[in-house]
Design a protein around this ligand. Structure first.
Ligand SMILES: C[S@@+](CC[C@H](N)C(=O)[O-])C[C@H]1O[C@@H](n2cnc3c(N)ncnc32)[C@H](O)[C@@H]1O
Length: 252
């Protein structure tokens, strides 16, 4: 199992060795800090979600700090690490954590009722392999994730930002893709899914242009079996909407 590097100080031998192998992270200035990929939506936290926050928050919600994460320490075990960005209400997250019990899932979401909903699922399903960061995932990637620490990344149905003037708020853009690729281990995967065709094409183009990544398919990928059809997706499919999966791996 690859050991996590918990510093970016190149004076430290382990960091220097990792940077010699994997390269230095792309500069933070590449992703404009003022543009957010989300708006903080209003939304009521239910009584059940509030109780889940109270009972399970201390164990499963990690504080955001601008310091590199020691994943083995926060999960209490050494296991493959998957980052999820934007889990919404956590339906797919909980399903995947259950069917992949041997993997650890570090899950970012800014929407408070969504965090409460995932905590509730964690309690109901007895899940132990999820930790939540209620914070902007871009800052988490920038400040908490060491190079080459991830075995996988899930970005399912990211906000499509349909209007052309809002396209700049989409998550899947070259600078963030480069940062994500740098945090994957060689052989680690980046899996995106969307129901908005122009965004699906942008995903294919952006991931295809990243030198560290290689497509696992000729174009769009077949839906991997671990990703469930959520209520939202099923409704879309009934209405005749398409869904596209894009799965790339980090080159050696
Ligand atoms: C359209 S929803 C999809 C949710 C879920 N993945 C699904 O398939 O139902 C996108 C979610 O991403 C979250 N999000 C967007 N940008 C984010 C960011 N930079 N960090 C954390 N969460 C983010 C939003 O709050 C929203 O809940």
């Amino acid at each position: 199992m690859t050991q996590l590097i918990i510093s970016t100080d190149p004076a430290q031998p382990a960091v220097a060795a990792a940077q010699a192998t994997y390269g230095t992270p792309p500069p933070d200035v590449a992703y404009p800090k003022t543009i957010k990929s989300f708006v903080r939506r209003a939304g009521r936290t239910t009584t059940g979600q509030a109780k889940a926050f109270e009972d399970l928050g201390p164990r499963f919600v990690l504080p955001y700090t601008a310091a590199l994460l020691d994943a083995d320490a926060v999960f209490g075990r050494n296991a493959p690490l998957v980052l999820e960005i934007g889990f919404g209400m956590g339906e797919a997250t909980a399903h995947i954590a259950k069917v992949r019990a041997d993997d650890n899932f570090l899950c970012c979401e800014v929407h408070e009722p969504g965090v409460g909903a995932l905590l509730k699922r964690i309690g109901e399903q007895g899940l132990t392999n999820i930790r939540i960061l209620q914070h902007d995932a871009v800052e988490v990637v920038d400040h908490m994730l060491p190079l080459a620490c991830l075995d996988g990344i899930h970005i399912f149905f990211p906000d499509p930002w349909h209007k052309k003037k809002h396209n700049k708020r989409r998550l899947i853009q070259a600078p963030l893709v480069a940062k994500l690729a740098a945090r994957l281990k060689p052989g680690g995967y980046l899996h995106c899914a969307t129901d908005w065709q122009p965004y699906a094409e942008q995903m294919l183009q952006m991931l295809g242009a990243e030198p560290l990544l290689a497509n696992t398919a000729a174009g769009f990928a077949p839906q991997p079996d671990y990703r469930p059809l959520t209520k939202f997706e099923n409704r879309g499919l009934r209405l005749g909407h398409g869904v596209w999966d894009v799965v790339f791996v980090r080159r050696n």
